[in-house]
Design a protein around this ligand. Structure first.
Ligand code: AMP
Length: 282
């Protein structure tokens, strides 16, 4: 695996080493890697000739500065894991490479209602930051495919919208959620949980399964409230639990028994904010 820190060096390397028709797969990450990230690398390797992984903890997508400062950094272990997974290039830029015009002059994107619901509502400005970093990374890498996790379901929709707005010729491949044995969705933030908190945090997945297994055609507010109650615990408190249309992500109040749904939750375990979701019928 080659480690590249400069955007211009990465672009030059790809231009020199790509034969015509060879496909580039790209896996953007913020590091503190786990098996969920490696599953994206695995899928990228099956799809493309060159797999580029980026590690960049993007300051503009953190609405809470504390969360940014507490974000785990495990770069040596990450490099080892990526070597083991067979990634070809690790792009490790500093902030100035991603934001050459500084952090103040940033583009804004017309994301419509996607920015006002769920993660967009709970984390103002978050998706603008996601678009800013993804826009720049895609301009540098020019990948044929970008691989992202459906754990960040709304983020996938936002990035797809941004790519359409900007006319990127890149296909978004959404990969399934990798989980711990207890059901907890793998996340870099799990490193900040104690063993007991990890155990409690598995309630999020159990709650999503409860909704999937018990939802009936008709009004869904009662089961939504019951699920919100399940997310309350000694160390846990819910941020939201929403039953939404799997395609538009708009909240569903009355389910006809057929409409594909996604059940999404965000909850705090101690001071760590976790998200998860479960698709039904897609
Ligand atoms: P992050 O480093 O948290 O920004 O995540 C980088 C990419 O990995 C994103 O596309 C995430 O959706 C994806 N990802 C994070 N956790 C998981 C997981 N448990 N399973 C699959 N993909 C994941």
């Amino acid at each position: 695996m080659i480690l590249i820190k400069k955007a211009a060096t990465l672009r030059k390397y790809l231009d020199q080493h790509l034969a015509s028709g060879q496909r580039v797969g790209f896996v953007p990450t913020m590091g503190a890697l786990h098996e969920g990230h490696l599953s994206l690398v695995e899928t990228a390797k099956q799809t493309a000739v060159i797999t580029v992984v980026s590690i960049f903890v993007n300051p503009t997508q953190f609405n809470d500065p504390e969360d940014f400062h507490r974000y785990p950094v495990t770069i040596e272990k990450d490099v080892e894991m990526l070597e083991g997974a067979g990634a070809d290039i690790l792009f490790l830029p500093v902030t100035e490479e991603i934001y050459p015009d500084g952090l103040k002059n940033r583009e804004t994107y017309q994301l419509g209602y996607l920015e006002t619901i769920l993660e967009g509502k709970s984390r103002p400005g978050h998706f603008q930051g996601v678009c800013q970093v993804m826009d720049r990374l895609l301009q540098i890498v020019h990948p044929d495919f970008v691989f992202m996790g459906s754990k960040d379901y709304q983020q996938c929709m936002v990035v797809k919208t941004m790519m359409e707005l900007k006319g990127f010729n890149t296909q978004l491949v959404t990969c399934p959620i990798r989980r711990e044995l207890n059901g907890l969705a793998m996340s870099s933030r799990n490193m900040r949980l104690s063993p007991e908190q990890r155990d409690q945090a598995s309630t999020i997945y159990k709650t999503l399964c409860y909704v999937r297994d018990n939802i009936k055609p008709g009004p869904v507010e009662d089961i939504r409230q019951a699920a919100l109650g399940m997310l309350n615990g000694k160390e846990m408190r819910p941020d939201y639990l929403q039953i939404a249309d799997a395609i538009s992500l708009l909240p569903v109040e009355y389910w006809d028994g057929k409409q594909p749904l996604v059940i999404l939750a965000a909850a705090f375990c101690g001071n760590v904010r976790l998200i998860d979701n479960l698709l039904m019928g897609r």
